[in-house]
Structures are given as C-alpha cells and as structure tokens.
Design a protein around this ligand. Structure first.
Ligand code: ATP
Ligand code: PRP
Ligand code: MG
Length: 286
C-alpha cells in the first residue's frame, strides 16, 4: 500500500482557511466535500483529518496524525511535547490579560484575589504561579470577553489580535502573556518514507512562503545612477540590468522583501528611478 502522510487540520475556524490555502499554493489538492472529516489528495500522498483545533496536539502526540497545523497557544495549553517543523507566520495573535476599561491598572497585583475567565487555564495558571499571584481562574469555553460585563468574572485572559473585541466589550489589554502563530508540528520520529514526503512538502511550503514575502521589482534608471541603485537593491544574486531602447537609460530588475521595498522606495526615487513596477511572485526556489 502507498505510504501517505497524515495531517491534522482545523475543520472550521481561523486556522482552516490559511492552512488550506498554504497546501493549495504548495500544489496539494484535496477532494473536500461538505461534512467530510477525512480527505485525500489526488496529486500528493497525503490524507487530511479535519478536527477541532483543541484536539490537534493530542492527535499528533498520539501519532494518529503524523503532522498538524495548530496555533502555538493551543499547543502550549495542551502541553504535549511536539516538534515545531515550521513557523507558518499566519494566525498571529497574543494571549493577554484584560480588565474593565474604567478600572485603574496597578500592575500584576491588580489580579490578586480576582476572578479571571479564560479558555486557557493551564497557561494562565503557570503565569500566575511564576508571578506569585493568587487569583481564581474560571474556565469557560468561549465568549470569554463578555464575562466581566455579565458579572461572571473580574477580568479575562484571551486571544487578542486587532483588539476590537476588547473595545466592543469595554475592556483594555494590560499584560501580554504569550505571542502565537500557526505552527506546522510533528510528533515522534517519522519513518524514512514519511520523512521524505514531509521534506517534499516543506520544500514546497518554503517556496510559497518565500514568494509571498518577496516581490519582483522593475524600474527605469538613468545609466549614470545604475551603480548606486544596484548597491541598495539586494536581488537573489545581484540585480539584472538591461539597456532600454531609449539611449542613456536602463531597466533594473530585482527580487526584494516586500517590507524592505517600503524602506528603500524613497532612496530609489531620489536617485532618479522611474516607472517602478512591483509584481507578485508565485513560487521562489532558493
Ligand atoms: N483574532 C485572531 N487573529 C489571529 N489569530 C487568531 C485569532 N483568533 C484565534 N486565532 C488563532 O487561531 C486559532 C483558532 O481560532 P478559532 O477561533 O478558530 O478557534 P476555536 O473557536 O477554538 O475553533 P475550534 O472549533 O476548532 O475549536 C487560535 O487558537 C489562535 O491560534
Ligand atoms: O482582537 P480581535 O481582532 O478582536 O480578535 C480577538 C477575537 O478573535 C477570536 O475570536 P473569533 O473572532 O475567532 O471568534 P470565536 O470566539 O467564535 O472563536 C478570539 O477568541 C477573540 O475573541
Ligand atoms: Mg478550539
């Protein structure tokens, strides 16, 4: 029988869409039907198990799935010793303590003898213990932000991203306890065949991630400025310089990290670069 890599993904929610998009961009297709909990791929030896994100760490730790995509927060809460194969850079958020907006925050002592609602009791208990804070932890499964407003707790410990859920519930973030992003994780050592499949998948994921954070840029540059412009452009090896039909001008092409582009755009223009084009890259093999 053909060896297949088994991956655990969130069935529905914040992680699902980006996880599926990443695999799709890596050229791995799925026959996903509505309500299907297991799916296979017609073009890659992989099988997907669709689970609640809470169940992904254990499924991987128990080797029911070989790998999984899960939030760092959920992995920390469940406490299984999994290997981080790759930080995926999406579903970025933080786990924070928040209190009613009207309250004065006096530092961690604020939480002494207070009741704090959370879906992450393990992480919170560890944090309070380390900080020597004696607080009551009240575990609830969801809608944590409404707890203070309805008199269920004095404060909360929950996921924050833009902060708009806190604002909507008249709360303010006062302590960031951990930062989180989606992780590709594995359990125990894989067989040589499965490791080879994971390596192939990782190679593709790396190409997709590199392509997504880089842009191909082209610009027209007066010949006497080419040398200076080339100095500030990194490029994969070095920038490409081609003559334009118009005398005295060149076209300079380069690959550049998107965030760097915004840093150097002013310098490029000041040096006389014109007609700048920024083009997305689909795949990037380093
Ligand atoms: N607002 C957000 N911004 C960015 N990432 C987030 C946000 N909310 C949650 N996440 C990340 O996505 C993960 C899944 O969030 P989601 O809200 O879908 O979980 P859930 O409701 O527990 O889903 P499930 O039904 O699978 O148990 C979280 O554990 C966290 O890592
Ligand atoms: O700081 P913000 O950008 O407002 O994001 C934070 C909110 O996002 C998540 O909930 P989600 O919207 O995924 O809904 P859920 O409670 O149904 O999981 C999380 O549980 C917070 O409530
Ligand atoms: Mg969950």
């Amino acid at each position: 029988m053909e060896t297949k890599l088994r991956i655990a993904l969130q069935k529905k929610g914040r992680l699902n869409e980006d996880s599926m998009k990443l695999l799709k961009e890596a050229g791995i297709k799925f026959n996903v039907g509505s309500g299907k909990l297991v799916a296979s791929s017609p073009n890659f030896p992989i099988e997907v198990l669709f689970l609640r994100d809470d169940d992904i760490p254990q499924t991987v730790a128990d080797d029911v799935a070989d790998i999984g995509i899960v939030g760092e927060n959920e992995m920390a809460e469940k406490g299984f010793d999994l290997n981080i194969v790759k930080r995926l850079g999406f579903s970025k958020c933080r786990l924070s303590l928040a209190i009613p907006k009207a309250d004065e925050y006096t530092g961690l002592d604020y939480f002494k003898d207070k009741k704090v609602a959370t879906s992450y009791p393990v992480i919170l208990e560890k944090f309070f213990k380390e900080q020597n804070i004696n607080a009551e932890i009240h575990e609830i499964a969801g809608s944590v932000e409404i707890a203070p407003g309805i008199g269920l707790a004095d404060a909360i410990f929950d996921i924050v991203s833009s902060g708009s859920t806190l604002v909507a519930n008249r709360l303010k973030e006062v302590e960031v306890v951990m930062k989180s992003e989606a992780l590709l994780v594995s359990g125990s050592e894989l067989s040589a065949e499965k490791q080879a499949l994971l390596d192939e998948m990782l190679f593709r994921i790396n190409s997709v991630m590199a392509a997504n954070s880089n842009k191909y840029i082209l610009m027209n540059v007066p010949n006497d400025k080419v040398e200076e412009i080339v100095k500030i452009l990194p490029g994969m090896k070095s920038p490409t310089v081609l003559p334009l039909a118009e005398k005295g001008w060149s076209s300079v092409h380069s690959v550049i990290q998107e965030k760097k582009f915004w840093e150097i755009i002013g310098q490029l223009k000041a040096l006389g670069a014109e007609g700048l084009l920024v083009v997305p890259i689909e795949k990037m093999i380093l």
